[in-house]
Design a protein around this ligand. Structure first.
Ligand code: PEP
Ligand code: MG
Length: 759
């Protein structure tokens, strides 16, 4: 059976559309179970009826025409019970409903299983037989397994807008929704613009062409484009590379010349091969030669040739010469995997939203998008992204939802949300220089989270009083090698200067988990439980020391630096890190810099740290809760996995209890404690955290004015009463709803907006 199953799954996975997939399924199941009929009935959500969508054994004319109400027949019974029904005398069952159009009267045996995806009933899969036959437990299990597979296929097809129209009257495309993860809050309405990454040279196919002159000209243009690009890259990197590395750029340029690689490709084009094919042939031949060489240096040049080939191919495909005119004015940029480079290709005034099939809310593109305030949805795994170019799209960055071909009503709803958001932002501008102080005089500083220069600039605009989390991994991700000490010093100096005299909390490199550096790959089965954060940097003191030294040197004369350690799970890690930090300080002083020893803090984002909060607090100057990770580790829910996103509940009572324990524990040992996870910037979360006694909240710049407006509109006493009530509640959803309601009652409905309370 396993073999048959695998084969069917394989066939279904390459089916061109849902209708094809269903036909394959019914044919193969009928064959495998040696039965006479196999049919799929799908539930049409609009009419609430089961429609026969594919059959092998019943009349084909009935497909798409015959339907049953949700309570009719054995099919209806399977659906309502949501479990299999296996009987050998169907006509005598009280629920049996005869459908003459299908020609099914002679069938005695019936085995039906529900098709369910993510708790949602999608239809019923049925096999039937003329004789009285009792399908055995193995056959039932087989059909259940097939149905589970089919559910995924149908859900995907539905998500991709490929779902069959269940009634012939429906001709227009349905509004379709694709779930992903919220990347950056906000709503964007616009036109899909799909950006493809450069194709892999090795997968280019051969193709004969007729118009050789035109192809030669196309190749010549691509070569010129590649030359320009290489020169530009060389100029950009000239200050960072050694002369011998710079010489490589000249080698590249020379290779493109008429009598080298370029000439060979042209010769093949003259023989009738299209340019990409000719390029692949020549590049692969060169690579093959280099790879066989004894000399290690020359062997490594194979990579350079491949890189060169990829650049020319990109030019041939137009990737490098996308015209701005092609980009719609209301661009929703869609890609399989967005990169910051792609983002840079769209003029900011045209960019309405971002969608990435791969990646998570922590990908650097998402961080960049939050910094720029562009609504973003990440990890839209079911999106057939190649099909949405030019389509009407809505990006709902609050819920992590992409809507394709929205109907008029949905469009208007979102347009309202969009306009309301704009108006709100304008209205909140007046608070820029006002302090975040409650009506009963409690002051709670609001800081920002940054990673890029753009964040920092926007943060100042929005009245940030300091930086509570500077994610240093972001500049590391923008490079293709570890930045040197002086490069880091320069980057950190910019941040420190921009906010001085306000404090800037720099987190030491937090890679691993889902945050990868291309030049430092970490491959693990369980990356979130593996080598990440401080675990990596303590194993690589050379990386840690360089970074800390760069931070300290950058702070000379400003002395507004604070250093923060991520992913601390035991006191030993703090002791070890402190030892290195003191050493770095001594070295920096020895080098002649005049810097004070910065304050050092620990992030509380692992459950073990919650229970050792006092021991940790006693060792450092401050504590800051990384509620994103803390929630993921407390609830055992991968923060980036859309499949379990519903279980990632920021207002889970266990999370709130942990947060209260942290605040109390920190204060017991007299240490200030803040929150720098997303909860701090969530308007609902911010009031609870303030009530718990947190000394400071750090958030993305976009949400800061909203949080400030709420803090300034409530009393601390009110928030504490709300917290007392909330702490009695057992359900995250109820808690979120309660806080939402309480704030709405206080007149903050407008500020909270849609979906703030993803509980
Ligand atoms: C967190 O975990 O809450 C946090 C602030 O760090 P990051 O999101 O970068 O992991
Ligand atoms: Mg974290």
């Amino acid at each position: 059976m396993l073999d048959i199953l695998r084969r069917i799954v394989q066939e279904v996975s390459i089916a061109t559309d849902l209708s094809h997939a269903l036909r394959v399924v019914v044919a193969r199941i009928r064959e495998a179970m040696a039965t006479e009929v196999c049919s799929v009935y799908l539930l049409d959500a609009d009419s609430g009826r089961y429609v026969l969508m594919a059959t092998e054994g019943l009349k084909q004319e009935a497909v798409g025409r015959v339907s049953l109400s949700s309570s009719q027949g054995l099919v209806g019974l399977v659906g309502s019970r949501a479990e299999p029904i296996n009987i050998n005398d169907a006509p005598s069952h009280p629920k049996f409903h005869f459908l003459s159009e299908t020609g099914e009267d002679p069938f005695q045996s019936f085995l039906g299983v529900p098709i369910i995806h993510n708790k949602r009933l999608m239809g019923v899969l049925v096999v039937q037989q003329r004789d009285s036959r009792q399908f055995d437990a193995g056959e039932e299990a087989f059909l259940v397994t097939m149905s589970a597979q089919l559910a995924g296929v149908i859900a995907h097809a539905e998500a991709t807008g490929n779902i069959l129209e269940l009634s012939p009257a429906k001709t227009e495309r349905k509004t379709t929704r694709f779930n992903g993860a919220p990347g950056a809050a906000g709503v964007g309405l616009g036109t899909g613009y799909v950006m493809m990454p450069a194709a892999d040279l090795a997968s280019v196919v051969d193709k004969q062409i007729d118009d050789i002159d035109a192809e030669l000209e196309r190749f010549e243009c691509a070569l010129e484009g590649a030359r320009t690009e290489i020169r530009r890259l060389g100029a950009q990197l000239s200050s960072e590379l050694r002369p011998e590395e710079m010489a490589l750029f000249d080698v590249y340029i020379n290779m493109l010349d008429d009598n080298a690689l370029g000439a060979e490709v042209s010769a093949r084009i003259r023989d009738g091969q299209w340019a990409p094919g000719a390029l692949r042939q020549v590049v692969m031949q060169y690579v093959g030669h280099f790879q066989l060489m004894e000399d290690v240096y020359l062997r490594e040049r194979a990579t350079d040739i491949l890189d060169l080939g990829a650049r020319i191919l990109a030019q041939l495909q137009g990737v490098g010469e996308r015209s701005e005119d092609d980009i719609p004015d209301d661009c929703i940029l869609v890609s399989e995997e967005l990169t910051p480079g792609m983002l840079g290709e769209v003029p900011p005034n045209k960019l309405r939203g971002l969608v990435s099939v791969k990646g998570s809310s922590n990908s650097h593109v998402a961080i960049l998008a939050r910094a720029m305030g562009i609504p973003t949805v990440m990890g839209v795994v079911d999106l057939p992204y190649t099909q949405v170019n030019g389509k009407d799209l809505i990006v709902d960055g609050y819920r992590g939802l992409l809507i394709s071909s929205p109907d008029q009503e949905i469009r208007e709803q979102y347009q309202d949300i969009y306009e309301e958001e704009l108006a709100l932002q304008e209205d909140l501008e007046v608070l820029r220089d006002e302090p975040a102080v409650t009506t009963d005089g409690h002051r709670i500083p609001l800081w920002v989270n940054t990673g890029l220069l753009t964040d920092a600039l926007r943060s100042l605009d929005r009245g940030a009083e300091g930086v509570g989390l500077y994610r240093t991994e972001v500049p590391f991700m923008m490079k293709d090698r570890f930045p040197s000490e002086s490069e880091q010093q320069q980057i950190y100096r910019q941040q420190l200067e921009m906010f001085a005299p306000a404090p800037v909390t720099m987190r030491t490199l937090d890679v691993g988990g889902d945050k990868a550096l291309t030049y430092f790959p970490i491959n693990e089965a369980n990356p979130f439980l593996g080598w990440r954060g401080v675990r990596v940097t303590l194993d690589h003191p050379e990386i840690f020391l360089v970074q800390v030294r760069a931070m300290m040197k950058a702070s000379q004369g400003l002395n507004n630096l604070r250093i923060m350690l991520p992913m601390i799970s035991s006191v030993n890690e703090v002791d070890e890190a402190l030892h290195l930090i003191y050493r770095a300080h001594a070295e920096v002083i020895e080098e002649g810099f005049d810097v004070e020893m910065p304050q050092v803090g620990v992030m509380i984002e692992v459950p073990s740290a919650v229970f050792q909060i006092r021991d940790l607090g006693l060792r450092v100057d401050f504590l800051s809760v990384g509620s994103n990770d803390l929630t993921q580790y407390l609830l055992a829910v991968d923060r980036n996995n859309p499949r379990v996103a519903e279980l990632y509940q920021a207002f889970h009572p266990a999370v709130l209890t942990a947060l209260k324990l942290i605040a109390d524990g920190a204060h017991e040992v007299g240490k200030p404690v803040s929150v720098c996870g997303e909860l701090a910037g969530n308007p609902l979360g911010s009031v609870l955290l303030m009530a718990m006694g947190y000394d400071m909240l750090s958030m993305n710049a976009t949400n800061l004015p909203k949080v400030k407006s709420i803090i300034r509109g409530v009393s601390r006493e009110w928030a504490q009463r709300l917290l007392d009530q909330v702490m009695q509640i057992e359900s995250a959803h109820v808690i979120a709803a309660m806080v939402q309601l309480a704030l709405e009652k206080e007149g903050f409905g407008r500020i909270i907006g849609p979906a703030s309370g993803r509980g």
